[in-house]
Design a protein around this ligand. Structure first.
Ligand SMILES: [Mn+2]
Length: 393
């Protein structure tokens, strides 16, 4: 951290309006109260350091961000909030949903939340490009994982909807770590009763996931059939972005056609350009809706970048395109929650899949802060009364 934020060196005249120059100006304005609080806490809980250590902000036991390789990892080393009743005190909350019995090929996403948390320790709270410091500008917690029922997907769905409903009704921005994509349906089911108006869904994926059943059950190939049966999550506001390849089942295509969901393939995106395609996608998801739900399947990215996933499909998005997509969605829509699904650590290599998943999430958070949407204000459409259980659908 610089000692004197008024000191600026000379920039190349051609770069004065660059993102990097703006990032330097933004960094100078960031405070460090959050960092100071963290150091104070680390020293109080973890003992002051050995006398030979000059930097007296270091503690004996690692209790905060540093060292990055140490510690018991929550997401981004955010505080673990064991008492779920306290979640409303935070602007955003991470909850793991370690469910993979909806997988129809490789399982392993039950370890997704752990895998994402583990590699998220690589990151601090500061994002240079947007000049955002999450530690200084918002509050984030990790609620741990939902108790899913590993031998019964419908009971697992009931648990997931109940968990998401509770967090959402508290006014906190929920971030769900999957888990396979079957969780998309119970997540939207948990949110829908708390939105006074319609929800649009932006679904970034290689697969449509719109068939009614797969092998006689609701699986990770079926979430949007069921989610768009919810009265205030209509199919006309479901946009499916990045679809293509040889793993799009015809049963799902027929449903998308009949219901009029909006599918945009990678070729569509290439031909019209990513920004134009995104303009259309956001127009579909926001048309007549109050809030937007972001479902990001990590397999939307080209299989070469995300080996740790259940149904890898070549020809998908580049990582930087994926980050551009979620940043624009976070900035330009009224995003109410997000899920990051299909990270399967047993198939991952050097944690690269989990690392990209982490990036997608922290880029959303940083953008929400940069756009003035976090810290959270109580949305006008939020209904905080408990949802009715059992769930109707
Ligand atoms: Mn997929």
């Amino acid at each position: 951290m610089s000692d004197d934020p008024s000191r600026f060196g000379k920039l190349h005249p051609g770069l004065e309006d660059s993102q990097a120059a703006e990032a330097l100006r933004k960094e100078a304005k960031l405070g460090d109260a959050g960092w100071k609080r963290e150091v104070e806490r680390n020293l109080a809980l973890g003992l002051s350091a050995a006398p030979s250590i000059t930097d007296r902000s270091i503690s004996t036991f690692s209790r905060g961000e540093l060292p990055h390789f140490a510690g018991i990892n929550t997401f981004l080393k955010a505080p673990y909030v064991e008492d779920v009743h306290q979640v409303g005190a935070y602007d955003a909350a991470v909850l793991g949903i370690p469910l993979d019995i909806g997988a129809t090929y490789r399982s392993g996403t039950r370890f997704g939340p752990q895998g994402i948390r583990k590699i998220s320790a690589l990151y601090g709270a500061y994002y240079f490009e947007l000049g955002v410091d999450l530690r200084e500008q918002m509050t984030l917690c990790d609620l741990g994982d939902v108790f899913v029922i590993p031998a019964n997907i419908e009971k697992a769905f009931d648990q997931i909807s109940r968990a998401v409903s509770y967090v959402f009704a508290s006014g906190t921005f929920p971030i769900m770590l999957g888990g396979d994509h079957s969780i998309g349906y119970p997540c939207v089911r948990g949110i829908a009763p708390h939105v006074n108006g319609n929800i649009g869904i932006i679904h970034v994926d290689r697969h449509v996931d719109t068939q009614e059943k797969d092998m006689d059950e609701r699986m990770h190939t079926t979430p949007w059939f069921h989610a768009t049966n919810i009265a205030n999550a209509p199919p006309k506001n479901l946009v499916q972005f990045g679809i293509g390849g040889w793993q799009v089942p015809r049963a799902g295509v027929a449903v998308s056609r009949e219901r009029g969901t909006t599918i945009m393939t990678i070729t569509d995106i290439m031909e019209m350009g990513l920004d134009k395609a995104l303009d259309i996608a956001m127009e579909v998801a926001t048309d007549g809706t109050e809030a937007v739900y972001l479902s990001f399947d990590i397999d939307s990215v080209d299989a070469g970048f995300v080996p740790g996933t259940g149904w890898p499909e070549p020809g998908g998005l580049l990582p930087r395109e994926a980050l551009h997509i979620v940043q624009r969605v976070a900035r330009e829509t009224d995003l109410c929650a997000m899920e990051l699904v299909e990270v399967a650590p047993p198939y991952d290599v050097s944690d690269v899949t989990a690392l990209l998943a982490t990036r997608v999430i922290v880029d959303v958070l940083a953008t929400l802060v940069d756009a003035g949407k976090l810290p959270r204000q109580q949305p006008t459409w939020l209904k905080t009364e408990p949802a009715q259980e059992p769930w109707a659908l």
